[in-house]
Design a protein around this ligand. Structure first.
Ligand code: HEC
Length: 143
C-alpha cells in the first residue's frame, strides 16, 4: 500500500509551504506597512492634511489588503517567541485572544474600505475604529 505514504507526504509539503520561512521578519514587515498607511491617514483624520476621497480610499484598501494578509498561524508559529522580536509570550499563552484581536482589526479595516468615505466626518468614524486596534493589541500583546 503506497497510497497512504504519498498522502502523508503531500500533507506535509502543504504544511511547509503554508509556514513562513522567516515569520519574525515577515510579521514586522507587515506591521511596518500598516504604519506607512497610518502616516498618510492619521493627519487627514486630524485635519492636518486635506481630505481627498481617492487618496483615502487607496490607503484604506492597502490597509485592508495588509490585514487580510496577516495569517496568524503562519506568522506567529510556535517557537517564534525567541529571537529579534517584541511579540509578547502572552500571544502563545492566549492564542485565541490574539487571533480575536487580529480578526477585529481585519473586520474594521474591511468595513472602512467598504464604506468608501466621501467626507472627512465619515472617514473619521471608520478610521477611528481601525486605529483603535493598533494600540489595544500592542498594549496587550507587544513587549
Ligand atoms: C492583533 C494585534 C495587532 C494589531 C491589531 C496591530 N499590531 Fe502592530 N504589532 C503587533 C505585534 C505582536 C508586534 C510585535 C511583532 C514582533 O516584533 O514580533 C507589532 C509590531 C508593530 C510595529 C513594529 C514593527 C517592527 O519593525 O518591529 C509597528 C510599527 C506596528 N506594529 C504598527 C501597527 C499599526 C500601525 C497597527 C494598526 C493599524 C498595528 N500595528 C496593529 C500586534 C498587532
Amino acid at each position: 500500500m503506497r497510497l497512504p505514504a504519498l498522502v502523508v507526504s503531500a500533507a506535509m509539503l502543504a504544511a511547509v509551504t503554508a509556514a513562513s520561512a522567516d515569520p519574525i521578519a515577515d510579521r514586522k514587515e507587515i506591521m511596518k506597512d500598516r504604519s506607512a498607511e497610518m502616516k498618510v491617514l492619521a493627519p487627514i483624520a486630524q485635519g492636518k492634511a486635506p481630505f481627498d476621497a481617492a487618496t483615502v480610499l487607496a490607503e484604506l484598501e492597502k490597509m485592508n489588503a495588509n490585514a487580510m494578509e496577516t495569517d496568524v498561524d503562519a506568522l506567529w508559529p510556535a517557537g517564534s517567541d525567541k529571537g529579534d522580536t517584541k511579540s509578547s509570550p502572552k500571544i502563545w499563552e492566549d492564542m485565541a485572544g490574539f487571533k480575536a484581536a487580529m480578526d477585529k482589526f481585519k473586520a474594521d479595516a474591511a468595513a472602512a474600505a467598504a464604506a468608501k468615505p466621501q467626507d472627512v466626518q465619515s472617514f473619521q468614524q471608520v478610521f477611528g475604529a481601525v486605529a483603535s486596534n493598533c494600540g489595544a493589541c500592542h498594549q496587550k500583546y507587544r513587549l
